[in-house]
Ligand binder design. Structure first.
Ligand SMILES: CC(C)(COP(=O)(O)OP(=O)(O)OC[C@H]1O[C@@H](n2cnc3c(N)ncnc32)[C@H](O)[C@@H]1OP(=O)(O)O)[C@@H](O)C(=O)NCCC(=O)NCCS
Length: 206
C-alpha cells in the first residue's frame, strides 16, 4: 500500500507538491495550513497530534515563495516533531548519480542536477531548473522554474531565484538574497540583496 504523505501548506505550491508526491508513488493524506478547508486536516501546529493519531507516514513542506520566511520555520517544526520528512524527485527529473539531496528537498519535472551537485534540506528545485556540476544549493533555497546555475555556483541558505534567472559559473548568491525573474547574475550577490536585470544590478541601482 502506498505510504501516506501530509503536505504543510495548501496553496498553489502545496498542491503542486501534492501532485509531485502522487507522481512519486505517495498517497496524499491531506494538508495542514493556517486556514481550514477541504482536505485540510488541521493547522500546522497540529502536526504532532496528527502524527500521534496515525494520520500520515511522512510529511513535507508545501509553502511556496509567497511566504519564504515560513519555509524554514515549518521545516524546523517538522524535524522537532520527529516525523519522517519526505524527499520528492519527479520520475522525469534527471539527477547525476553523484549529486546529494538533503531531507525534504522537492525536485519537479524536468529538473536537471549535474555531477556532484549538493542540495540542502528543504530546498525547492522547480520544473526545468538546470543546476550544473559542483553546484551547492543551500537549505530552504527556492529555485523557480527554468533557473540555470552554471558549474560551481553556490546558492546560500534561504535565497530565492525567480523564473529563468541565470547565474554564471563559480558565483555565489548570498543567504536570503533575491534574484529577479530573468536576471543574469555576473558577480556575487551579497546576503539579503535583491538584484534584477541583465546584467543583474542591485535593486534601485539600475
Ligand atoms: C524581484 C521581485 C521579487 C520584485 O518584486 P516587487 O518587490 O513586487 O517589485 P515590483 O513589481 O514592485 O517592481 C519594482 C521595480 O522593479 C522592476 N522589476 C520587477 N521585476 C523585475 C524583473 N524580473 N526584472 C527587471 N526588473 C524588474 C519593476 O519594473 C519596477 O521598476 P520601477 O521601480 O522602475 O518601476 C519580482 O519582480 C520577481 O522577479 N519575482 C519573481 C517571480 C517568480 O519568478 N516567481 C516564480 C514562482 S514559481
Amino acid at each position: 500500500m502506498a505510504k501516506r504523505l501530509l503536505v504543510m501548506g495548501a496553496g498553489g505550491h502545496g498542491r503542486a507538491v501534492a501532485d509531485l508526491a502522487a507522481e512519486c508513488g505517495w498517497t496524499v493524506a491531506g494538508f495542514t495550513d493556517r486556514v481550514t478547508g477541504a482536505s485540510i486536516l488541521g493547522r500546522d501546529e497540529d502536526l504532532t497530534a496528527l502524527a500521534a493519531a496515525g494520520a500520515m507516514d511522512a510529511a513535507v513542506v508545501g509553502v511556496g515563495n509567497a511566504a519564504l520566511d515560513r519555509r524554514a520555520a515549518l521545516f524546523q517544526l517538522l524535524k522537532a516533531s520527529g516525523i519522517v520528512v519526505a524527499t520528492l524527485v519527479h520520475p522525469r527529473a534527471v539527477l547525476s548519480r553523484s549529486c546529494r539531496l538533503g531531507e525534504g528537498v522537492v525536485v519537479f519535472a524536468g529538473g536537471v542536477l549535474g555531477s556532484s551537485v549538493e542540495v540542502g534540506d528543504n530546498a525547492v528545485v522547480y520544473s526545468g531548473v538546470i543546476a550544473e556540476h559542483d553546484g551547492r544549493i543551500g537549505a530552504h533555497a527556492y529555485l523557480s522554474p527554468g533557473v540555470v546555475l552554471c558549474g560551481g555556483v553556490t546558492i546560500e541558505a534561504g535565497a530565492f531565484l525567480g523564473a529563468r534567472a541565470t547565474v554564471l559559473p563559480n558565483l555565489t548568491v548570498g543567504k536570503e538574497a533575491e534574484v529577479a525573474a530573468g536576471a543574469v547574475v555576473i558577480s556575487d550577490v551579497p546576503a539579503g540583496e535583491t538584484v534584477m536585470g541583465v546584467p543583474a544590478r542591485p535593486r534601485g541601482g539600475r
